[in-house]
Design a binder for this molecule. Structure first.
Ligand SMILES: [Zn+2]
Length: 284
């Protein structure tokens, strides 16, 4: 065979191979990869939305609403708040990701009239709360039974001094005595040492921490329930202010507070919050 003819054939073969490859590439470029990408992308976005919706919940909604109203419509609107919660709820009901936590706490009890009603409501909703009890109130009537019930139903019980004293205004000895007396009363009922305390009026002396083995617990959301005794105001204030890991302060010695507490629980549960006792929040 002539060398020139062979070169020509080789070149022609290569040219055809090249054309074939180009043809395949053109075909591939028309293949609807973008549909598949959309499938994957969709799944990822949904998951991201789910994470956002569940972990930052109220906060995200507030931030989006406050800071980027226009943009939120486009960006956040599609991926984040209400819609995401619903989608996530429908898509993975059993396999829920971790919910934002919040603790509801009650001071100044036990109260013979309102605490049992509150406990009934908590039980119906399977919600665990934290109670900071006053020694003199534990000793009133059959209130020890209420304390026993708190324990049985899984609530966390803390110390709120014996006489509701402002601990910075009494001597260290008196302050320690206040805590010791109430701690003993509670332990005699529950059989367990009391690990947490809430100082009345939020007044706490740092030095006392070294002399005691209790952990002081303050609060982050205070609707001033004792002052207004107005259920709607208490509910609105808490629902508006609350964010993940907050500790809500209420008092179970007022009808309005007990009613508000149950409404708050229903509203925040609807928003995706999970109620835990304060030890769980402080442990994180
Ligand atoms: Zn108090």
């Amino acid at each position: 065979m002539d060398v020139t003819v062979m070169k020509y054939r080789v070149q022609r073969k290569r040219l055809l191979q090249g054309l074939g490859l180009a043809y395949v590439l053109v075909l591939l470029s028309f293949y609807p990869w973008q549909w598949r990408a959309a499938d994957f992308g969709g799944a990822v976005t949904e998951q991201a939305a789910e994470t956002a919706g569940q972990t930052t919940d109220g906060q995200t909604a507030k931030d989006a609403g406050d800071t980027v109203p226009g943009q939120a419509g486009d960006d956040a609107g599609e991926t984040v708040p209400g819609q995401a919660g619903e989608d996530a709820g429908e898509a993975v009901p059993g396999q829920a990701m971790e919910k934002p936590k919040v603790a509801i706490t009650f001071d100044d009890g036990p109260n013979a009239k309102w605490t049992p009603i509150l406990l009934d409501g908590l039980k119906e909703r399977s919600v665990k709360a934290t109670f900071f009890l006053i020694g003199v109130n534990i000793e009133k009537g059959d209130n020890a039974e209420i304390v026993r019930r708190m324990q049985e139903e899984g609530h966390l019980i803390g110390n709120h001094t014996y006489h509701h004293v402002e601990m910075t205004k009494v001597s260290d000895t008196a302050a320690l005595n206040e805590l010791a007396m109430t701690g003993e009363l509670i332990q005699n009922i529950t059989g367990e040492p009391v690990e947490y305390m809430r100082p009345p009026f939020g007044a706490w002396q740092k030095e006392l921490e070294e002399k005691l083995h209790v952990i002081p617990v303050l609060w982050t959301v205070d609707p001033l329930d004792w002052k207004t005794e107005d259920t709607d105001k208490i509910v609105d204030r808490v629902v508006k202010d609350v964010e993940e890991n907050d500790i809500i302060l209420l008092h179970d010695c007022y009808e309005s507070s007990v009613e508000a507490a149950l409404q708050i629980i229903d509203r925040l549960t609807e928003q995706g919050y999970e109620f835990v006792t304060v030890d769980e929040l402080l442990a994180d």
